[in-house]
Design a binder for this molecule. Structure first.
Ligand code: ADP
Length: 612
């Protein structure tokens, strides 16, 4: 007896002791393995020069043995040799799911099963024993894999006609809560196949019992019935597919427990022909914003699965889209040829346009839903603007939203610009942790007093995205923390004032490039602004990046002092009477301004001491 690998062991335990209410999904998992195995062989027959295989001969057969509570699922696909049985069934394929479970919901099996395809092991939710008899295509030898669960598994030589795999499920005994016996009932299996596996493109057949009356006597006879319609959902007419069917397909195929936010069923004819079924999830997948996430669409050509995740079909900024494309790509030429590439590119362009237009449509017609979408994936769109030095900004700038300080709700750039008063020169924005904290920023006072709105940038990517857009509808973006905000806020500095501000600059010993008086501040004593390209927020973000430059990047900071604040009176008084004390005050004022900006002060202990 061989032991399962530790990880597999844990998944197995989970399956055996599952309280999951949808145990029935094991049927779907086993059938899709059959379908995959046939796909693999069929693909080989199309490309690898195998002859003598006909598409019509491929099938999946279900046999029920009610008396002995045994369910058999057989396919004539590619099969597995001993080594493959060992490698594929001794180790769980998707180990990532386990890590996820460990971190997130240690006591919850519902989600792991809902979110990930658990595959073959799900059979153990209903089985006390599972046998897999398999013969690899082109091999003479068959092998039998047997497991009764936790203890482990055995593999031995066996006999089998023809290539393919037979999975035999010995059902558990019925209990109070669960009647496993239903999985050998014809009507139950028929329903489940219809529900979960209808679109599988090979016939799923079952021998069923029928009755007929002959000479007044009712008699029983057997007949083979094909249970699935074999038409994939995406090949059906849009009008014939219900929302429930789309939703279920999405949830089952992409392992999401929530319905998609948006479903796009598209087909194109002409230069490239394809059918696409695309979904925008309602929330980011658990690893979406990490480098482990892989984008892509499932690619079929002429109904044959070519790859599970074709990256080239989605631009990075739409990487959240899930779905598939079934195209009429010419398969007789190799995958690497230019022709294939060109067609794929055309399809990708088409799909990108389609996604964009559907999103625009959503934005215009269902704002609430769009905002839900944006909350989930807006960050990705903003990365998209920033990526490649703004190469895609024109495609994306009308899809991004920012919170308006004035309205405290999301606005598009178009909406912001449309409401700009004539005397407003720039599109103002401010960075900060939240709308609330931005509202409290001294730098915003002057701008809002003028009646101008401010876009709140609360994600660290925001300001970088804005930098790459540079302007929108010929209006330049401008941070409210720039020294020049296009509103005259300078204060005529007298010669004495100048002496004082120069002294403060000296006292700050290179920390700021300038100290000046301003009228920008209404009620607050000080604030920091910056001259030039680099803002204080950008300095903060860049320096906190893992690959930050060794010599920290520095924005050209300007310390602005409110000329009509009592603190300036004190400054002047100290300048005349106690310069040492003023040096200390300068430090306090500077640190205060940093804190307001959300930038950590260099030496908090010293600040605390100085304040005391
Ligand atoms: P997944 O299907 O997601 O890879 P499974 O646990 O369902 O995970 O299956 C593991 C592997 O076992 C599959 O990837 C496949 O290589 C192999 N396998 C399972 N069922 C069959 C089958 N009926 N025929 C051939 N290979 C199979």
């Amino acid at each position: 007896m061989k032991k399962f690998k530790t990880e597999s062991q844990r998944v197995l335990d989970l399956m055996i002791n599952s309280i999951y209410t949808h145990k029935e999904i094991f049927i779907r998992e086993l059938l899709s393995n059959c379908s995959d195995a046939i796909d693999k062989l069929y693909y080989k027959s199309l490309t690898g020069g195998i002859s003598g295989l006909n598409r019509e001969d491929f099938a999946i057969d279900i046999t029920l043995d009610k008396e002995n509570r045994i369910l058999k699922i057989a396919d004539n696909g590619i099969g597995m040799n001993a080594e493959e049985l060992e490698n594929n069934l001794g180790v769980i394929a998707r180990s990532g799911s386990l890590n996820f479970k460990k971190e997130n919901e240690p006591n919850e099996d519902v989600n792991i099963i809902g979110q990930f395809g658990v595959g073959f092991y799900s059979a153990f939710m209903v089985a006390k024993k599972v046998e897999v008899l398999s013969k690899a295509y082109g091999s003479e030898e068959a092998n039998l894999w047997v497991s009764e669960g936790t203890a482990g598994y055995e593999i031995e030589k066996a006999e089998k006609d023809g290539h393919g795999t037979v999975v035999t499920v010995y059902l558990k005994d019925d209990s109070e809560e669960e009647k496993y016996g239903k999985y050998v009932e014809e009507y139950e299996i028929r329903e489940l196949v219809k529900k979960y596996s209808d679109y599988i493109r090979y016939p799923i057949r079952m021998e069923v019992t029928r009755y007929r009356t002959e000479d007044g006597k009712e008699e029983e006879y057997k007949e083979t019935e094909t249970l699935n319609s074999m038409v994939p959902l995406w090949k059906k007419n849009k009008k014939e597919v219900t929302k429930e069917e789309y939703d279920r397909f999405y949830k089952d195929t992409f392992y999401d427990s929530e319905e998609p936010l948006l479903t796009i069923h598209a087909s194109a004819e002409g230069a490239v022909e394809y059918k696409a079924l695309l979904f925008i999830p309602a929330h980011p997948q658990y690893n979406y914003y990490t480098k482990n996430y892989e984008k892509g669409l499932r690619l079929y050509t002429n109904g044959v699965l070519i790859t599970d995740l074709c990256k080239d079909l989605l631009p990075d900024y739409f990487s959240f889209v899930k779905g598939l494309v079934d195209s009429e790509l010419t398969l007789n030429i190799s995958r690497e040829t230019v022709q294939y590439d060109r067609q794929l590119k055309l399809i990708a362009q088409n799909i990108e346009k389609k996604i964009k237009s559907e999103l625009t449509n959503l934005l215009e017609n269902d704002r609430e839903k769009y905002e839900k979408f944006f909350t989930a994936f807006g960050l990705q769109l903003k990365y998209g603007i920033y990526d490649n030095w703004g190469a895609n900004k024109d495609k994306l700038q009308d899809l991004v939203l920012f919170r308006s300080l004035k309205k405290d709700k999301f606005v598009t750039l178009g909406e912001y610009v449309a409401e700009m008063p004539e005397n407003q020169k720039y599109i103002y924005y401010s960075t900060g942790a939240s709308v609330e904290s931005i509202k409290a920023l001294p730098q915003c006072e002057k701008v809002t007093e003028e009646g101008f709105d401010v876009l709140c940038m609360t994600d660290s990517i925001d300001e970088f995205a804005v930098r790459f857009m540079f302007n929108y509808k010929e209006k330049e973006f401008r941070s409210v923390a720039s020294e020049d905000i296009g509103i005259d806020d300078s204060v005529e500095e007298s010669a004495e004032d100048k002496e004082v501000t120069d002294f403060l600059k000296e006292a700050l010993d290179g920390k700021v490039g300038k100290v000046k008086l301003s009228s920008r501040l209404k009620t607050h004593p000080v604030c920091l602004t910056s001259e030039g390209e680099l803002t204080i927020e950008m300095e903060k973000v860049i320096n906190s990046m893992p690959n930050a430059p060794k010599d920290k990047i520095k924005a050209e900071k300007v310390l602005e002092i409110n000329a009509s604040h009592p603190v300036f009176e004190t400054v002047k008084k100290l300048y005349a009477e106690d310069k040492d004390r003023l040096k200390m005050l300068a430090e306090v004022l500077y640190d205060q301004a940093l804190l307001i900006e959300g930038v950590p002060v260099e030496n908090p202990t010293r600040l605390a001491d100085l304040v005391c």
